[in-house]
Ligand binder design. Structure first.
Ligand code: THG
Length: 293
């Protein structure tokens, strides 16, 4: 099947809409509100003092994030209450649309009830159980959703199998009345340290999702370099190749990968007069975040 063209995914916060499309500039989803591997964040989430989260939100936006991923999953907390509180706080502090990163449908629904705008749910997979619990939420609360092309057997090695699962999720969503453009496929980057073809498969999946389905594509880019030295070089290289292949909204640390993404758009003729690149550079410089002296 050849897609009729490419689709637009619209998400919004209270005061700002973001349009994700293959014909537009790359959208950055900031990943730093996530306690995975971050002692400080895990600590503030436990203590309930959420000021650091607000700081991280503002910092990521200065660094170029268009959407903020929000993951508050730590053991032994009431995730529904904590996610809702965090979402409410962030809505009052930033205009950017939010992406709810949770595997807990109860927490997701609580946060969805509190949200004003059209958020992104991260994520649904091709597992029956996931589709059955997450897709009805996407429909009922009119959200967009990130879909992982994996199923009960795990993450497929082949592009073909990833496409098959992507089609299945789009079809299941369609049966519930969810439009295809509200689905963003994660091309699933695995580490090149354990599988030297992992980059190639993610890039091929990205290209096929764009060309065959016309859908937007995301990726947790830093997975690609897990276990390797000089990770940022690998991540930045992967991102440039992936943006050319059809990646439209990577999940990244904008402090580290912002310039690489904006450079990719600039090099692909998607940033007239380099104005986005330059504006981002000035903002970083002003806040002491530029890597240049
Ligand atoms: N796909 C989708 N969602 C995702 C991922 C994905 N959400 C979570 C994750 N992957 C993307 N987010 C992060 C958040 C933090 C880190 C990596 C990815 C991270 N933390 C450092 C660590 O683990 O060592 C902490 C170090 C630091 O503070 O810099 O790297 O793939 N759909």
């Amino acid at each position: 099947m050849k897609a009729e063209g490419t689709m637009e995914t619209r998400v919004s916060g209270l005061r700002k809409e973001v349009i994700i499309s293959h014909n537009r500039q790359t959208i950055m989803i900031g990943e730093r509100i996530n306690p995975t591997g971050k002692k400080k964040l895990a600590q503030v989430l436990k203590s309930g003092d959420l000021r650091f989260i607000v700081e991280e939100a503002h910092a990521q936006i200065i660094e170029g994030a268009d959407i903020l991923d929000v993951n508050v999953g730590i053991p032994e907390i009431d995730e529904a209450a904590l996610l809702t509180e965090t979402i409410e706080l962030l809505m009052s502090e930033v205009d950017a649309p939010l992406c709810f990163d949770s595997v807990n449908p109860v927490a997701l629904e609580a946060a969805l009830k509190a949200y004003r705008g059209k958020p992104l749910i991260n994520s649904v997979s091709g597992e029956e159980k996931s589709m059955k619990t997450i897709l009805p939420l996407v429909k009922e609360y009119n959200t967009a959703v990130i879909a992982l092309p994996m199923d009960e057997k795990g993450i497929p090695q082949s592009t073909e199998k990833r496409m098959e699962i992507s089609y299945k999720i789009v079809e299941q969503a369609g049966l519930l009345g969810i439009p295809a453009e509200d689905i963003i496929i994660d091309c699933l980057a695995l580490s090149v340290a354990t599988d030297s073809k992992a980059g190639l498969v993610a890039l091929e999946t990205t290209r096929r999702i764009r060309d065959d389905l016309g859908l937007n594509v995301t990726v947790g880019a830093s997975n690609i370099s897990f276990g390797m030295p000089e990770r940022q070089v690998i991540d930045a290289g992967f991102l440039s190749l992936a943006v050319l292949s059809g990646l439209t909204c990577p999940i990244v640390d904008p402090g580290k990968m912002g310039p690489a993404i904006l450079a990719a758009d600039l090099l692909l003729g998607r940033d007239r007069y380099g104005s986005r690149y330059l504006k981002n550079h000035r903002l970083r410089k002003k806040s002491g975040k530029s890597t240049e002296v």
